[in-house]
Every structure is written in structure tokens, then in C-alpha cells.
Design a protein around this ligand. Structure first.
Ligand SMILES: C[S@@+](CC[C@H](N)C(=O)[O-])C[C@H]1O[C@@H](n2cnc3c(N)ncnc32)[C@H](O)[C@@H]1O
Length: 220
């Protein structure tokens, strides 16, 4: 594979992904200040949220992903990005991450729990958060009441949430992605965009399926 082409693809995808970062900012705005937090980003991908989090909080952040390619692009960005924070990247599955229980002040998981299963993932993540720490989840909007119940049963509570409906997903992500994919100069990258092209088709045939939600969960 031509890694230069893959990086060109990541640049475009990141550019489109950035349209959604304002919602992470919105959901975290009301949190009390955390000084020099120890943070973990699970399933960080190319790290658009990771870099934003590092800029906002300082402290130290570990960014992990099971897939080496997006992670190597994040590493490339870290080298060229002037952030004062310490970002450590690790190519590891979350389930193989060895850290002491209660290590982190804040854990972010965007698009991770819906891959591994909410209940399994939630309980494992909670073990790694300090009492009084926060778990910020970006998840598909599905089974909200069941998830809320599970959260409460685990001595946690949702202190903030934000629904991203289908209009947001179109306006702030898919319309931009479609525009970029259709540019003549990006035709050479079409092979990398197959899953995004399919997602856009699915969106157009049933937009209501494209809803997601942020939860900020406090461990008490
Ligand atoms: C939908 S992407 C989200 C990327 C990034 N968090 C974002 O919001 O832009 C989900 C990521 O989770 C990663 N992932 C899936 N299972 C994982 C696991 N068990 N451990 C670590 N990362 C995992 C995938 O490789 C993928 O990069």
C-alpha cells in the first residue's frame, strides 16, 4: 500500500471529522477544572479528539488503538503539532492494556463501546478510572434507558449528555465528506473511501439511523 496516499486520505477524513469536535467541547465545558489530569483515549484512531483534549487540559494523555495505521498518522501529527501536553501512543487493544485500577482522571471513548459492546466495555473502562473521575462516551443512540440503568448499577451517574441527531451528522460530517470525495483531485483516493461512500448511501436511504450521543459519566 502507498502510505503517502493513505496519509492523504487521513488528512481529508480528519478535516471532515473536525466538524464534530465542537460537540465534544460543548459536553466538556461544564466540567469542574481538572489540574494536570491523567487521561486515556480509547480507540483514538487518527486522534482528532486526542489532540483537542491535549490542548484543552494539558496533563498527560495516552492514546491507544488496535489498528496501527491511523495511530501512525496520529504519531506523525504529534511530531508536527506544537502541543505542550505529553501524548503517549500505544498500538494495543484496550483489553490488553495493563494499568493499575483507578489510574485515570478522565477517559474518552468515541466510537469504541459500540464496537466492543456497551456493557462489556463500560465495566472494564470503569475499573481504570479514579473515584471522582470522568468517562466521556460517544456512542450510537440506542438502548438509552438500558445503558442509563447499567451506569447507575455501577455506582456511576450521567452528569451531562448531548444528542447528535441526523441533521448534525449530515451538516457537520457527511456533506463535507461527500464534497471532498467528489472532488476531481481526490479521485485517486477513491479506493480508501469505500466504507465512507457506503455510509453516505446508507445515510441517504435512512437518515434517522444516524444518531449518536455523548455521555459524561462520573464515577462515585
Ligand atoms: C469509529 S473509530 C473512532 C476513532 C476516534 N476515536 C474518533 O472519534 O475519531 C473506532 C476506533 O476504535 C478502534 N478500536 C476498536 N476496537 C478496539 C480495541 N479493542 N482496542 C483499541 N482500539 C479499538 C478502531 O481501530 C478505530 O480506530
Amino acid at each position: 500500500m502507498d502510505i503517502k496516499l493513505k496519509y492523504d486520505y487521513f488528512v481529508i477524513r480528519d478535516h471532515c471529522r473536525t466538524g464534530l469536535v465542537k460537540y465534544l467541547e460543548q459536553i466538556l465545558n461544564n466540567l469542574p477544572e481538572i489540574l494536570n489530569p491523567k487521561m486515556l483515549d480509547i480507540g483514538c484512531g487518527t486522534g482528532v479528539p486526542t489532540l483537542w483534549l491535549a490542548d484543552k487540559y494539558g496533563g498527560a494523555i495516552t492514546a491507544i488503538d488496535a489498528d496501527p495505521q491511523p495511530l501512525s498518522f496520529l504519531e506523525y501529527k504529534i511530531e508536527t503539532n506544537k502541543t505542550s501536553s505529553k501524548i503517549e501512543t500505544r498500538n494495543v487493544s484496550f483489553f490488553d492494556l495493563k494499568v493499575e485500577p483507578g489510574t485515570y482522571d478522565l477517559i474518552l471513548a468515541e466510537g469504541f463501546l459500540n464496537v466492543v459492546g456497551f456493557e462489556t466495555g463500560f465495566k472494564k473502562v470503569m475499573e481504570k478510572i479514579k473515584t471522582g473521575g470522568y468517562f466521556v462516551i460517544h456512542d450510537e443512540y440506542k438502548d438509552h434507558d438500558k445503558k442509563n440503568m447499567l451506569i447507575q448499577e455501577n455506582n456511576c451517574k450521567i452528569v451531562n449528555s448531548l444528542l447528535l441527531d441526523e441533521t448534525i451528522w449530515w451538516r457537520d460530517f457527511y456533506s463535507q465528506l461527500e464534497y471532498e470525495i467528489n472532488k476531481t483531485e481526490n479521485a485517486r483516493l477513491r479506493g480508501f473511501f469505500i466504507s465512507e461512500i457506503n455510509e453516505i448511501e446508507q445515510y441517504k436511504s435512512n437518515p434517522s439511523l444516524f444518531k449518536s450521543i455523548y455521555y459524561v459519566v462520573l464515577k462515585s
